[in-house]
Write a protein that binds this ligand. Structure first.
Ligand code: SF4
Ligand code: FE
Length: 493
């Protein structure tokens, strides 16, 4: 099958029987639901840009498995150039959507599972790598979107999986059959789960032998029997249901999406199993997936940052504040922070290396430094954007007020809409509605629905800050650095 267009992707979702609960009810037509649809539109851009002559070189690549052209989102990185192009593609998509476009979790899972299954098979004589290769060819040939799912609900953070009061708080194998396994549990905060055709499940952390039933990786369709999702709500999400949504949502077309994905005794056939109780490889899979996803943030968040910097500069124009030196300096600072994140994404890619399976892995230390910076810099960029925008971004009346014909019974006889237009204008040559739209857009990225993808996800997505600090401690080679100091200081032990 050829590469899908965005419209074909949307139609392909309609054929799935994915079960989605939102506000306590099963959603019949989740593809067209106004709260869910912006996140589908976002993934659709990853398909449309693959057909765009301006971007198809970046968006598509030759598969090492089939020799055919595939979307880069389903590719196994074959070089450091591929790794860098991945980051560039993510920056581009952040620029086009100002949102989380969700398809990266699958790409990062493919690359982590491919190399880990190779090494698991080398030790145990299993056939997970062959299983995975066949699966990925199926994904590439059908141009599917796959959710890479890692994070378990985790219950009491002080207890290991097997010690939890409720054994389902980490996803696990509950039955082994001759033809496959049965799994139970859930994956939380799953980006892009509802609009994915398939799911790849990975363990959430390194496991011990006692917890081997939790060391499991597999793939299944999003509408597998026993699988359902509960949609995660976002700040201001019900604005999408309003008539005036095109202004008040700020970014009506695109958005991210997270959900709780529940597996209530789901059967997985043997050919879709990629890890089954080989507990000593769970940590490798987690570390590699997390490394790729921490690299990813040096692309996607930078693209959204580009749009936010542009919006901040534009609102300074609309407010008549663009000549102020402190505004110019704030835009410089935002750009400096944003490009620093990009440097990290490119650097960990440029320093990548081939795994034993042949696909390329990023430099883990630099990828963790990248994500650690992402837990901080977008917050500062948001702070500066809010500084430049002014308080009106959170105090402005609704679009319904701006459009209201209701006459206010005072001396002037103006309508509510006319009063809004009069008092919320900035530079006289700029229509008040432009200012209104832009302030709502900045609100959307900094505090509204897209803040999930830009702000809080910068903190917790791809692992919370402490997870990177543990990796930085492991990879930082302090002993080697001590030796450097000793050598130059003339210290002999
Ligand atoms: Fe992709 Fe970024 Fe969203 Fe992760 S947070 S899925 S890397 S856009
Ligand atoms: Fe993420």
């Amino acid at each position: 099958m050829a590469l899908m267009t965005g419209a074909e992707y949307v139609e392909s979702l309609r054929k799935l029987g994915t079960k989605v609960y939102l506000f306590g009810e099963l959603v019949e037509n989740w593809v067209d639901h106004p709260i869910i649809r912006p996140s589908i539109n976002c993934v659709a851009v990853t398909y449309d840009l693959a057909h765009d002559p301006e971007h198809s070189d970046l968006m598509t690549v030759t598969s090492n498995l089939t020799g055919k052209k595939v979307n880069r989102f389903s590719h196994l990185h074959q070089s450091t150039e591929d790794l860098r192009n991945k980051v560039k593609m993510q920056r581009l998509l952040g620029q086009k959507t100002a949102s989380c476009f969700q398809r990266c979790v699958g790409m990062d899972a493919f690359n982590a599972v491919y190399s880990t299954t190779f090494e698991t098979d080398s030790k145990y004589g299993t056939s997970y790598h062959e299983n995975f290769k066949k699966y990925l060819i199926y994904v590439q040939e059908n141009d599917l979107t796959v959710d890479g799912a890692m994070t378990d609900p985790k219950g009491d953070r002080g207890l290991s999986p097997g010690k939890q009061k409720d054994a389902d708080l980490f996803l696990r194998i509950v039955e082994k059959r001759p033809d496959g396994i049965v799994v139970r549990g859930a994956k939380a905060h799953q980006t892009g789960s509802i609009n994915s055709h398939e799911h790849i499940i990975m363990p959430t952390m390194a496991m011990t032998e006692d917890d081997s039933s939790y060391a499991v990786s597999f793939a299944c369709p999003s509408d597998a029997e026993g699988l359902f999702m509960i949609y995660g709500r976002q700040s201001c999400d019900t604005r999408k249901l309003e008539d005036q949504a095109d202004i008040d949502v700020g970014n009506k077309q695109y958005g991210g999406q997270e959900a709780l994905v529940v597996f209530d005794n789901v059967f997985i056939p043997n050919e879709r199993v990629f890890l089954c109780e080989e507990w000593d490889f769970a940590g490798m899979m987690v570390e590699r997936f997390a490394g790729y996803h921490r690299q990813s943030y040096g692309g996607c968040k930078v693209g959204v940052g580009d749009v936010l910097i542009g919006a901040a500069a534009l609102i300074a124009d609309y407010n008549g504040a663009n000549k102020a030196s402190h505004v110019k300096d704030k835009l410089i600072e935002m750009t400096h922070l944003n490009e620093t994140l990009y440097c990290c994404g490119i650097a960990c890619s440029a320093e990548g290396y081939p795994t034993k399976a042949g696909n390329y892995q990023i430099d883990l230390l630099l990828a963790n430094v990248c994500k650690q910076n992402v837990t901080r810099f977008p917050y500062e960029i948001v702070r500066l954007a809010e500084d430049i925008a002014g308080g009106l971004m959170v105090t402005m009346p609704s679009a319904a007020d701006f459009r209201s014909d209701e006459k206010v019974p005072t001396a002037s006889g103006l309508t509510v809409g006319q009063w809004c237009g009069k008092f919320f204008q900035g530079v006289a040559s700029v229509p008040t509605e432009n200012r209104q739209r832009l302030l709502r857009f900045i609100e959307n990225i900094c505090l509204g629905a897209s803040a999930v993808g830009y702000r809080t996800e910068s903190m917790h997505g791809a692992g919370s800050p402490q997870a990177q600090r543990i990796m930085i401690a492991r990879q930082g080679n302090i002993e080697g650095k001590k030796a450097l100091a000793k050598a130059i200081a003339g210290i002999k032990d």
